[in-house]
Design a protein around this ligand. Structure first.
Ligand code: 0GY
Length: 289
């Protein structure tokens, strides 16, 4: 792993909050193990191994039932580790892959049978090389007939430029980490209002209210992120998902305590009904229907 890599928390706390039966961790990854599933040559970072067995043990420890595993950029478009995890999950994990435009119909069918439900388009320069929008458009057209959706990862200042492209996509769109707002600006700043307005105008957009540990400037327990996530949960209760982001790639200050992240949930979804939608009903509809 990279010299400055911060590995995932070795012994997270047991959360005080107990998720409802059927709860889904809808954003997490598997890394390697590299000896079996080598990292991609074009990767921008080399993580510590974070294999499926550790992910499934964490799921059980935190009180979750299911996972949505998202292809991490360190594996490029080689989805073997993710597919292996889906196949070992007993239908308790679904997946989001990364594909190139030359992906064959046979490969897509195989991924579909393993439990893949979508592709991820990543716009963060620190994570991926640039892919032209026309290429992404062709990938979108290939995967749409299977009923898959598109997960997008971008930072808030890039939304205005990306909006027309997102409007042209033929599927539901799931946004990673609320489009990464700058939480020093406030929920009344144009940047966050623009994101909320975009969701308002586009009923097929769904947001993950995840990653307080990445968005926070104040650090644990990440209270500066509460107003943003809470606002999205309350405005769009049927269009939100939650995830741990385990094993937390590219953290620069600390390894988040996954138990503390679970205890963040009742602060952003303050009623039982909101938590049932966020953790169970919304992901069940999108990934297990
Ligand atoms: C996340 C966030 C990050 C990394 C990746 O695929 C990835 O490498 O998603 C990040 O560095 O912000 O969602 O895990």
């Amino acid at each position: 792993m990279d010299a400055n890599w911060i590995p995932f928390h070795p012994n997270p706390s047991k959360p005080a909050y107990k998720p409802p039966p059927g709860a889904v961790d809808a954003h997490c990854h598997v890394f390697g193990p590299a000896a079996k599933f080598p990292y991609a040559p074009e990767r921008k970072y080399t993580p510590c191994d974070a294999p499926k067995e550790k992910l499934f043990a964490l799921r059980d420890y935190l009180g979750f039932t299911r996972n949505v595993i998202v292809q991490a950029t360190c594996h490029g478009a080689d989805n073997a580790a993710l597919i292996d995890a889906l196949r070992a999950s007993d239908n308790r994990a679904k997946g989001i892959v990364t594909v190139r435009e030359d992906v064959t119909d046979g490969a897509l069918r195989e991924m579909n049978e393993a439990g893949v439900k979508g592709v991820r388009f990543n716009f963060l320069k620190r994570l991926v090389d640039f892919t032209p929008k026309e290429t992404l458009q062709r990938i979108a057209e290939k995967i749409a007939p299977m009923g898959w959706h598109i997960v997008v990862y971008f930072e808030a200042p890039d939304l205005p430029e990306l909006e027309p492209f997102f409007a042209s996509l033929p599927t539901q769109i799931v946004v990673d980490h609320m489009g990464r707002p700058d939480v020093t600006l406030g929920t009344e700043h144009t940047q966050f209002l623009r994101f909320v307005d975009w969701m308002e105008r586009n009923p097929r957009v769904i947001s993950k209210v995840s990653c307080p540990e990445r968005l926070s400037k104040s650090g644990p327990p990440y209270d500066d992120v509460i107003p943003y996530a809470k606002a999205i949960v309350e405005r769009f209760p049927d269009r939100v998902l939650w995830g741990t982001d385990w094993p937390h790639p590219n953290m620069t200050t600390h390894a988040p305590d996954d138990g503390a992240l679970v205890d963040f949930i009742p602060k952003i979804a303050i009623t039982e009904a909101l938590r049932q939608k966020l953790l169970v009903d919304n992901p069940a509809k999108l990934y297990w229907a």
